[in-house]
Design a protein around this ligand. Structure first.
Ligand code: SF4
Length: 373
């Protein structure tokens, strides 16, 4: 049954979420979204989880859209007091045609010189390519597209049914190509790789190939998580529309699990990494750094350590080693002084004196300093 969508405008007290430091996936430190609920209504969407969703009925998530009418003003007020770091923003579901809040929020980021990261399923984001180009000239803009399957993949039509209200992947790839042609960094977020639908080798290669052929420079890959009402909703959809998948999902996601304890996410990520190498793109998103940023080298070193962390996890290296790299990356992120200066005045001892770096990681950092300087 086609349910009618209703729109509610309201005035929240805040719109900006901030973290202590940028994350190691999208490199954003701030996030600000103009709407609650999403008309794309993907059946697996984690936003239906209780902690993200204010809806009692999980079906409302796709049909009752709440627009934060003062979001641009709140964003301006919040960002004008904060250090410049990338902002995860934008939401180009159909409601955006009506409210234009994403555009106004991008305009705020542009005015204040903040870089942005936009993750989309809709080519409507092309409407604001002028503004994104202007942001990219002043700071940096990255526009990524969520893609779970590419045309020609064995399960392509089934994946389309599972995200049936979103524009088809062909249109997302076409939009990716336009952003690439405009010189804006673009790529794909291949998340969640749905077990039994998206993790076959033909689809993995197809997604990587389509991304590379449409100017995408990276692919980020991640698995499905299921929790509380989102889990109940997803299993109900499987039962009603994809009954042949139920048994597999019950086995992969036993009661009480969040990520699947038995689906081999590492193997999938390793295969995507291999395919990315083959097609000349990356399985990590390049860190956007504002031109002229005095801490550019520090940030590049953090990026290299974070990438190594991710690849060590894929190789199954001991947790302790992964955490040593992660903590060193955080410590360097928090170091206000240029690492070059520390190294020039105190040598490797200076690097060792940074908290959580120590003698072994100092050697790694020294090597990166020489390589990236
Ligand atoms: S487009 Fe993104 S936010 Fe919207 S329903 Fe799909 S997964 Fe969720």
């Amino acid at each position: 049954m086609n349910r009618k969508t209703s729109f509610l405008s309201y005035r929240p007290k805040t719109v900006l979420n901030k973290s202590k430091r940028p994350d190691h996936w999208f490199w954003t430190r701030y996030s600000a979204y103009p709407y609650i609920g999403c008309q794309h209504g993907c059946e697996f969407c984690y936003c239906r989880e209780r902690k993200y969703s204010p809806y009692e009925d999980p079906d409302d998530f796709a049909h009752v859209i709440k627009a934060k009418e003062n979001a641009p003003d709140l964003l301006r007020k919040a960002l004008s007091r904060l250090p410049v770091e990338p902002v995860f923003t934008g939401d180009y579901q159909p409601a955006e045609r009506k409210f234009q809040l994403s555009r106004r929020m991008l305009a705020v980021c542009h005015d204040l010189g903040f870089p942005v990261f936009v993750l989309e399923r809709s080519p409507l984001v092309l409407r604001d390519i002028d503004l994104l180009k202007a942001i990219d000239e002043r700071a940096q803009a990255v526009v990524a597209f969520s893609v779970l399957a590419a045309p020609g993949s064995p399960s392509y039509s089934r994946v389309c049914q599972i995200e049936q209200l979103a524009p088809p992947a062909e249109k997302r790839f076409a939009a990716m190509q336009e952003f690439a042609a405009a010189g804006i960094l673009t790529g794909a977020c291949f998340m969640p790789v749905l077990p039994g639908l998206c993790d076959d080798d033909a689809n993995l290669e197809n997604v990587v190939r389509w991304t590379a052929e449409h100017g995408g420079k990276f692919i980020l890959v991640g698995g499905l998580t299921l929790s509380d009402q989102q889990r109940t909703y997803f299993f109900k959809v499987l039962e009603e529309r994809f009954p042949d998948l139920i048994e597999n999902y019950q086995r992969l996601y036993p009661p009480g699990s969040y990520a699947s304890p038995s689906w081999n996410s590492r193997q999938v990520a390793l295969r995507v990494k291999e395919l990315c190498q083959q097609y000349g793109i990356s399985d990590r998103m390049p860190r956007p750094v504002i031109p002229g940023d005095k801490r550019t080298l520090n940030k590049r070193i953090v990026e290299a350590l974070a990438n190594e962390c991710y690849w060590m996890e894929l190789r199954g290296e001991p947790n302790q080693r992964v955490w040593a790299y992660r903590k060193a990356a955080w410590a360097i992120e928090d170091t206000a002084q240029d690492l070059r200066l520390i190294y020039r005045t105190m040598g490797r001892k200076g690097l060792e004196s940074i908290e959580n770096v120590g003698p072994r990681l100092a050697e790694v950092v020294e090597d990166l300093l020489k390589r990236l300087n």
